[in-house]
Ligand binder design. Structure first.
Ligand SMILES: O=C(O)CCC(=O)C(=O)O
Length: 242
């Protein structure tokens, strides 16, 4: 579970970074697998979960699930995954989106009974370094608790933060945070893997899209993470030791 200091930070900001989540040799292997799959193409958004058990294992990373237990609770499920990559030549649709109760109210952030309650949560792993000001992911710290949803700051506002990450780091944020993308400015490429998790009762993406991955799951834990949303008779995950 998250420490009190980590909960404080996530509550205050709506995002938190954990360092060194993927060992460098796995980062290198993942990049190789993705490069091989793309065969010289460089789509801005790509799928990867089917490419190798490494990616399915990352879905069930013990530390990540332990953190998500605090953020979502014991009945979490994988909602959907995709990769994002950019070069400084990529045409990026710069934007801010999300925010408290956006998307039919799904993007929620609330405290009740001494814990937080969340909707869709993004776990983003960097497979390449992101320097401050490189661009890519941006967020408005604290906006998951904003009282105004008719205004979003301009992208060049000092309220818009561009967190720095090293390859292998993990950035977690709630979709209730106002966030988005800006143009990539570094001469090195951006590449991130996004694993999005929901409470067990809800889904943001079409839940049936996950069916194709069931056969690739390596364990009951992975199969349980791939379950569609439901409540009655749902059992909590058998969490691995951290
Ligand atoms: O990382 C990015 O560029 C944006 C990600 C995003 O908008 C999202 O996960 O909803």
């Amino acid at each position: 579970m998250m420490t009190e200091a980590e909960v404080y930070e996530f509550d205050l900001n709506g995002l938190i970074v954990y360092r060194n989540m993927i060992p460098p040799e796995d980062v290198a292997r993942m990049n190789e697998l993705i490069d091989a799959d793309q065969g010289g193409e460089f789509p801005q958004s790509f799928s990867f979960l089917h490419l190798d058990p490494l990616f399915m294992n990352l879905m069930a990373h013990p530390k990540t699930l332990d953190v998500m237990r605090t953020i979502i609770g014991d009945w979490m499920r994988l909602d959907h995954t995709y990769g994002l990559q950019m070069t400084n030549g990529s045409e990026v649709r710069e934007n801010l989106h999300g925010g408290l109760r956006a998307d039919q109210g799904e993007h929620q952030y609330q405290w009740a009974y001494n814990r937080m309650w969340n909707g869709l949560i993004v776990v983003m792993y960097a497979l390449e370094d992101v320097g401050a000001g490189d661009g890519g992911f941006v967020g408005v710290l604290g906006s998951h608790k904003a009282s105004i949803n008719t205004y979003k700051p301009p992208l060049d506002s000092p309220l818009v933060t561009n967190p720095a990450l090293k390859a292998g780091d993990m950035l977690i944020f709630t979709e209730a945070l106002v966030h988005g993308t800006v143009r990539w400015k570094s001469t090195q490429r951006r590449r991130s893997l996004l694993y999005k998790y929901s409470p067990g009762y809800s889904t943001w993406a079409k839940a049936e899209n996950l069916e194709t991955y069931m056969d690739m799951a390596q364990s009951d834990l992975q199969r349980d993470l791939l379950r569609p949303p439901y409540v009655g008779t749902r059992t909590p995950l058998d969490f691995p030791e951290v």
